[in-house]
Design a binder for this molecule. Structure first.
Ligand SMILES: Nc1ncnc2c1ncn2[C@@H]1O[C@H](COP(=O)(O)OP(=O)(O)OP(=O)(O)O)[C@@H](O)[C@H]1O
Ligand SMILES: Nc1ccn([C@@H]2O[C@H](COP(=O)(O)O)[C@@H](O)[C@H]2O)c(=O)n1
Length: 224
């Protein structure tokens, strides 16, 4: 198998990208790179520093002063911002509510994409995000566009939050998911979009393991 094989998994919010990407990476012993976590970390830092999230130049300045490190430890992805562990904080509702605005700035994206390409250079890797197959790694050998109905995505997120003891409503989650998809797919620079050569997998009626198996089958077919 190619030492530099890359698997790009893109798709709308809550489709199961990170869960499946992590499982595929584990099963194939590939590096897993959660690009959304990088935008989340910057958003968390910007909120903490009370920076205007409409100001792309200021956000880029903050990013230039900031290190973001992703670390796979004991099957869990930890995220470090200037070496402080922000793994939990970046999943908070205020970060989720503002991350698409932060990610819409071209100046921010250009630097993030550079960092993501550098991380991916380390070897075989699975990256999940919104623009991996179209922009970050247009030459990735395997590209998947993972979808599910918005109802199913909201239902899964609701169950996840219930299990964590978090207060949430199904209707609110559905609205939040649809709002984020809209912002991500309509931004001017590198929007969420299926790459022409991506294989679309609709996971609405598939288990996590079934989706992962389909992707691993694709890898086997393409590397035979
Ligand atoms: N095929 C599936 N069947 C059932 N539940 C799933 C499936 N795929 C993912 N899930 C669950 O759905 C939730 C959302 O998955 P995940 O966080 O991986 O989505 P995502 O696409 O990475 O979302 P986001 O873009 O918002 O970060 C998780 O609770 C996960 O366990
Ligand atoms: N390649 C990417 C990845 C993410 N984003 C933006 O970050 C948000 C959070 O991503 P999650 O996968 O952690 O939910 C997402 O809604 C996008 O706004 C991106 O633009 N490009």
């Amino acid at each position: 198998m190619d030492e530099k094989l890359k698997i790009a998994i893109d798709g709308p919010a809550g489709a199961g990208k990170s869960t499946v990407a992590k499982l595929v990476a584990e099963q194939l012993s590939f590096l897993y790179i959660d690009t959304g976590a990088m935008y989340r970390a910057l958003t968390w830092a910007a909120i903490a520093a009370q920076i205007d999230l409409n100001d792309g130049e200021r956000l880029r300045q903050l990013l230039d002063e900031t290190t973001i490190r992703l670390s796979n430890e004991d099957n869990k992805l930890n995220v470090y911002l200037n070496e402080a562990d922000v793994t939990q904080q970046i999943r908070q509702n205020d970060v989720t509510a503002h991350v698409s605005l932060v990610a819409s700035h071209e100046l921010v994206r250009k630097e993030m994409v550079e960092r993501q390409r550098q991380l991916a250079q380390q070897g075989r890797a699975v990256l999940d995000g919104r623009d991996i197959g179209t922009y970050v790694l247009p030459d990735a050998q395997i590209k998947v566009f993972l979808t599910a109905s918005v109802e199913e995505r909201a239902r899964r997120r609701f169950e996840e939050q219930q299990a964590k003891g978090m207060e949430s409503s199904l209707e609110q989650l559905k609205e939040e998911i649809a709002r984020r998809d809209n912002l991500d797919s309509t931004r001017a620079f590198a929007p969420l979009k299926k790459a022409d050569d991506a294989v679309e997998i609709d996971s609405t009626n598939l288990s996590i393991e079934e989706v992962a198996a389909k992707i691993i089958e694709l890898v086997k077919e393409r590397t035979r």
